[in-house]
Structure formats: structure tokens, C-alpha cells
Design a protein around this ligand. Structure first.
Ligand code: WTA
Length: 657
């Protein structure tokens, strides 16, 4: 049956026979990577990766591939020297592609900028000189807190160009979260903007930076300068000497800069991600191996043709997808891409599809939560626009339900575009599991197979392979080039989090199931990490935030299923006796939601806050979140036999009813 005749929602159960969509013939015939690549990679994975690495420019070629003698701290291409900014810019210009558009940028108010590789290189050279003039040298940390404007890309590549380390903090994080990240990395410079456009308004960034830097924390302030890009034109305070306008400083520096090679294991970036404790983890990535896998996967998984494709990833640079598939992957491959500042519904839900039409987007990469939001608007919104240039679709960030997958293919992909459902993590640096569009027959809802050169296993608690038809825990069984090299400043936590569960296997924290064909279905997190709109949030971090409110005695947070965002934050709180700040439980929700928003950032705001008298606990005092999840999802409450007080769940459910 042709997919065009299908109504979305036909797949009732994942356990039964699943329809698949063979790779379209034109992909099979023309794809740069055919089935033989798997064989080649399996025979000698290290040599396979070395070959991919050689596609990059090395200032000094490597002779060693992998050194795993200090496991789990890997070294890839260790004696080679490379410059990532050179690979993303100079080499394309030198190859005669300087006039190719690197970025079609569109601001939310509708202003646009077109930037060629030649121009981007010029800007990055100046920015590199500017950072150097401010005393930034190899190994120094630069925090970046910017909206989705070209300067975000320029700043990242300038930092990489001089061998320094960037730590991009998502613009939606609060002053407090920003300060925690600045302190942890001891950032010397912070690059921000006055504000950026979101939902038709300027969202202030510099004021949040001012607030962050003014906070009294245990750590003395490491920041020497704040570089401010002019974007929002909102009123901001100014501290002479510390604060510098980007445009004024850039105008004064030399526009020549020669990129030097740095060791392949030179750190490239730190990116903070939520873990199971209240403290975010600074995931550390280095240079040569990271770029090898980001670049290869961007070519192979998206079947990229840099001469003709117009690629668009809707990810923000504040997340790892923005690092690997807005900056390093596409630019290292000389791709032309779209970058958009704002939100999909501004000024109307047509915005994304107008952009696709305007620039002739051919490859489109987004998150399931966005697809589900568009499903809610109805297909007409998208179908009003000419989307016929789209030839390949991708998703990332959370499991995609088959209904959304089929809608995406049918409505956005005209029933013909293959979908690559890509599984990976901040920690893995680049795509690990995904179909290849010229090889794999895709299945709605399954990320399917490890990419060539990657070894994945689904195991039980004893680290034994579960076998087809069974579920278990997802592990990576061999080191890979773009793997994290550690947690910034906390090697013990790195080992404990990822390497203690299964010894020599990397434990991803995700559950997975193997179907009868051996294809992998991701089943969500198995730890106390939630996935809201494709963003990772820690239950513990939000609980600590709630408890930091003077009226809250205790809090428990769960990720409850949500139609649009995948999971949503639902909180259960016990208020202190005689507290006066929060009146009744009706007010609690608004007050505590805002509190978490200010404390961590808008993305962490609970969907619901329930005031309860007690929380379900075991005899040893551990909160049983599983039961609260049942309540939050409106289900019959499960087994309560381990509760210290078995009546509690009844009291909670009755109260909420
Ligand atoms: C989830 C995002 C199912 C998973 C690149 C993982 C996915 C976490 C998929 C990492 C997918 C990501 N199918 N689940 N295709 N992609 N995830 O670090 O739980 O923000 O562990 O990296 O998102 O989120 P992170």
C-alpha cells in the first residue's frame, strides 16, 4: 500500500507487524553511502574511522587512531593536529567555494542576512583576533549566551580557531543557572546580546548576565569581560571597562588570521546537561574525533550534497544538536543552511513553512515535539506552502510516536521523503543510531540501526544481550570518535555515571527494545531524567528548586506523558505548616511554577503543581515516583505494597480528584 493512502494513526501497537518504507530508488541509486559501508566498518571499525578522519584537513596528520589504554578516557587520532575553524571555513574558501552561501539567516521580525563562506571566514578571523586581544588563549573558557543569530556561530568558531573552549548556555536558562555554569567552567569572557527576538518580543539577555555576575556565589567571579552583540536594541545597563560592544570592538581588529593546528585531543567545548543529581554535568568534547563523527554523520545520515542542498536544523545552538548539526557538521561539509532566530508560531504557525518555501529547503531536521505541535494545528497550515523541495526529513531528541512519524512523512515529506530518526546524546557528540536513507527500509517509530562504525547492544541487568523481541538497557560497546572525554572537573562522576553499571560498556541511561528484525526502538530514560520537548531535565534539580522556596517543605517531581511535549514536569509538594507566602493550593501552582522558571529557566516550569499532605515513601524514606507518575498520567495507581503507609496514595488521588 502506498503511504499516500494511509491515514495517520493506523499503527495500533508497536508489538505487531510494523509497516516499513523501503529506501526510495533514487536514493538507493545515488546515495553516497551504500550497504557496503556497514561491512567495511564492521571489518575494522578503527580503520573505518581513520578513513573518515582523513576526509578532514589535518595540520599534522595522525599516525595513531584509538588509544583506549586509559579507558574510559579515550584518545582518538592523538598525535594529529587539527583546527576545526579551518576545516569549517578556510578549506572551503581555498577550494574555490567562498561564494557559496553558508547561512541564510532570518530574524524573527523578518530581517534577513545572507552570509557566504568567504564572509563567514572574514568575520571569524576578526572575532578570533578580538578574543586574543582580550587575553583569551588556548584552553581558556568562553561562555556564550546568545540568541540564534549568526554571531553565535561566529563566536563558537572563533573560540575553536584559537584553541579555546566554548561553553554555550541556552538563552532560556535563568541568571542563576548561567552563573552556575560560568563558575563551574571558570569562564573568562562571556559573549551575549542585549536581547533576542522570541514570540514577537525581545527577550532580554544582557540583563540576565548582569544579574548572574552580581550573584554572590562561593566561587570568585572569573569573568573579565562581557562582549555584547547588538540585536534586541532593548535598554541595558553598562559597566564601563567590563562591558564591550561586539560591533565596536570587531571594527578595530585586524581581519587577517592564520589558523594554527592544535592537538586532536585539545578540548573544544563544554556543554552542560541535566543528570540525576541537582548539579548539571559539564560534558567535555575534544576536537579531532568529535569533528570526524559530526562531519561523517552529517554527510551520510542526511545524504548531504553541499553543492545543491539547502539544509535546515531547527535546533538552538544552546543544545548539542545546535553544536553538531548547525555548526560543526554542516559547516565542515561546506553545506548551505538556514538559521532562524525565533519560534515556529511567530507571527503565525505558517512561519517555518514560509521559510522552507523561501529558501527551498531540501533537508529538514527537527524534534518530535515540534511535529506534534504542527499536527495539532492541522495539515492545511503546512500544505498551504510549497514544500516540494524537501527530499529528506530527520528527527531527534526523543522517541517519535508512529502517528507523528507518519504525519511528518505524509504532510511535510509529500509521502516520499525518507525520515531518519536519529538517536544520540550530548555525551555521544554525534548521531549513533539512525537509518541511512539510501540503505535502510525505515520503520515509523524506530531509530533502527547503529550507524557504520558504532557498536550498540541492548542488555539486561547482568549486561547480557537481551535478544530479539526483548527490552533492556541501551549500551555502546566500543569507544567512538565523538564520545565525551569526561565531565568537566569531575572524573569520578564521569566514571560513576556512565562506566560503572556495565564495566567496559557505556551506559546511556535509555531503555530500548529489539524487534524481531533486530531493529532498535528507544523507550525513554530509565533514570531520573525527564525529556520535555526534547530537552533533558533532572527531577532532582527541579525538586531542589521547589524546596528552595521558603514555603515548601518537600517536593517530588515526575515526568508525565504529554501529548505535545513528550513528557511534562508534574510536581507534588508539601507546604510548610503555618507558611503564609502561598495562600491556598490554587495559588501554589502559579507561584511555584514561576519560582522554578526564575530559578532554573522557563523550560523547567512544571505543567502542574499539586499540593499534597504526604508523599508516597518506602520504609527507608525513598519517594516512590512511579506511583506519582500513575496519578499524574491519570492511571490506576500501581503496586503500593512497598509503601510505609499504604493509605497515602488513596489520600493523594482523592484530594486531586
Ligand atoms: C533522548 C539530544 C529516542 C534519549 C541529541 C537521550 C532520543 C536523550 C532520540 C539525549 C531518538 C535523543 N529517539 N530518544 N531519536 N534522540 N533521545 O543530550 O533519551 O539533549 O538519552 O541530546 O534524548 O538528549 P540530549
Amino acid at each position: 500500500m502506498s503511504p499516500n493512502n494511509k491515514t495517520p494513526g493506523v499503527i495500533e501497537s508497536l508489538q505487531t507487524e510494523v509497516e516499513n518504507f523501503p529506501a526510495p530508488p533514487h536514493f538507493v541509486e545515488t546515495a553516497q553511502f551504500g550497504p557496503e559501508i556497514y561491512q567495511q566498518a564492521t571489518q575494522n571499525p578503527e580503520e573505518f574511522w581513520a578513513e573518515q578522519a582523513r576526509a578532514l584537513h589535518w595540520h599534522k596528520p595522525f599516525t595513531q587512531t584509538l588509544d583506549w589504554s586509559n579507558a574510559p578516557f579515550a584518545s582518538w587520532f592523538g598525535d594529529g593536529e587539527i583546527n576545526l575553524s579551518y576545516n569549517c571555513l578556510d578549506r572551503h574558501v581555498l577550494a574555490g567555494n567562498g561564494d557559496r552561501v553558508a547561512i541564510h539567516w532570518e530574524g524573527e521580525p523578518g530581517d534577513t542576512r545572507t552570509i557566504t563562506y568567504h564572509q563567514l571566514l572574514g568575520e571569524v578571523k576578526k572575532a578570533a583576533n578580538l578574543l586574543t586581544s582580550l587575553g583569551v588563549t588556548r584552553g581558556d573558557r568562553v561562555a556564550i549566551y546568545l540568541p540564534m543569530i549568526p554571531e553565535a556561530v561566529i563566536a563558537m568558531l572563533a573560540v575553536a580557531r584559537i584553541g579555546a573552549i566554548h561553553s554555550v548556555v541556552f538563552g532560556g536558562f535563568s541568571a542563576e543557572s548561567l552563573r552556575a555554569r560560568i563558575d563551574d567552567a571558570q569562564a573568562k569572557i562571556i559573549i551575549t546580546a542585549d536581547g533576542g527576538w522570541r514570540k514577537g518580543r525581545v527577550s532580554p539577555l544582557k540583563p540576565a548576565v548582569d544579574e548572574a555576575l552580581a550573584l554572590a556565589t562561593e566561587t570568585p567571579l572569573s569573568v573579565e569581560h562581557v562582549l555584547v552583540v547588538q540585536r534586541g536594541e532593548n535598554d541595558i545597563a553598562w559597566e564601563e571597562g567590563r562591558d564591550l560592544w561586539w560591533h565596536e570592538e570587531i571594527a578595530q581588529v585586524d581581519d587577517q588570521h592564520t589558523a594554527q593546528g592544535f592537538p586532536a585531543e585539545n578540548p573544544l567545548f563544554i556543554l552542560y546537561t541535566s543528570g540525576t543529581t541537582g548539579k548539571p554535568k559539564g560534558i567535555l568534547h575534544t576536537s579531532g574525533g568529535y569533528l570526524t563523527q559530526a562531519s561523517f554523520t552529517h554527510r551520510a545520515v542526511f545524504d548531504l550534497r553541499p553543492e545543491t542542498d539547502v539544509y535546515w536544523s531547527t535546533a538552538d545552538i544552546g543544545w548539542v544538536t545546535g553544536h553538531s548539526y548547525v555548526v560543526y557538521g554542516p559547516l565542515s561539509n561546506g553545506a548551505t543552511q538556514v538559521m532562524y532566530e525565533g519560534t515556529p508560531e511567530t507571527p503565525t504557525w505558517s512561519r517555518w513553512w514560509e521559510i522552507v518555501e523561501r529558501y527551498g529547503v531540501t533537508i529538514f531536521y527537527t524534534a518530535p515535539t515540534a511535529i506534534r505541535s504542527f499536527m495539532k494545528q492541522g495539515r492545511e497550515v503546512a500544505l498551504k506552502h510549497d514544500l516540494s523541495t524537501i527530499r529528506l526529513l530527520g528527527t531527534v531528541g526523543e522517541p517519535i510516536n508512529p502517528e507523528a512519524w507518519l504525519w511528518y512523512r505524509e504532510v511535510i515529506g509529500a509521502g516520499t521523503a525518507p525520515i531518519v530518526d536519529t538517536w544520540w546524546q550530548t555525551e555521544t557528540g554525534a548521531i549513533m543510531i539512525s537509518p541511512l536513507p539510501g540503505v535502510t527500509a525505515t520503520k515509523p517509530g524506530s531509530a533502527q540501526v547503529p550507524i557504520p562504525g558504532i557498536s550498540i547492544d541492548v542488555v539486561d541487568d547482568n549486561a547480557d544481550h537481551v535478544g530479539r523481541g526483548n527490552g533492556g538497557l541501551l549500551t555502546v560497546t566500543k569507544p567512538w570518535p565523538s564520545m565525551l572525554r569526561g565531565i568537566w572537573g569531575d572524573p569520578e562522576r564521569f566514571i560513576a555515571t556512565y562506566w560503572r553499571t556495565f564495566g567496559d560498556k557505556y551506559f546511556a541511561g535509555d531503555g530500548a527494545r529489539l524487534d524481531a528484525d533486530g531493529d532498535i526502538w528507544l523507550m525513554g530514560r530509565v533514570d531520573d531524567v525527564m525529556n520535555v520537548s526534547g530537552h533533558r531535565l533532572s527531577t532532582t534539580e527541579i525538586e531542589s528548586s521547589l524546596v528552595s522556596h521558603p514555603s515548601v517543605a518537600e517536593a517530588a517531581v515526575v515526568g508525565a506523558q504529554d501529548e505535545v511535549t513528550g513528557q511534562a514536569v508534574v510536581a507534588f509538594v508539601i507546604l510548610k505548616k503555618n507558611q503564609t507566602l502561598i495562600g491556598d493550593s490554587d495559588q501554589a501552582s502559579a507561584i511555584l511554577t514561576a519560582h522554578v522558571g526564575n530559578h532554573i529557566g522557563a523550560i523547567a516550569r512544571p505543567r502542574q503543581v499539586f499540593v499534597v499532605g504526604e508523599l508516597p515513601k518506602t520504609r527507608s524514606g525513598k519517594i516512590i515516583r512511579r506511583l506519582l507518575k500513575d496519578v499524574a498520567e491519570g492511571r490506576e495507581v500501581g503496586d503500593t505494597s512497598t509503601l510505609a503507609d499504604t493509605n497515602i496514595m488513596q489520600l493523594i488521588t482523592e484530594k486531586l480528584r
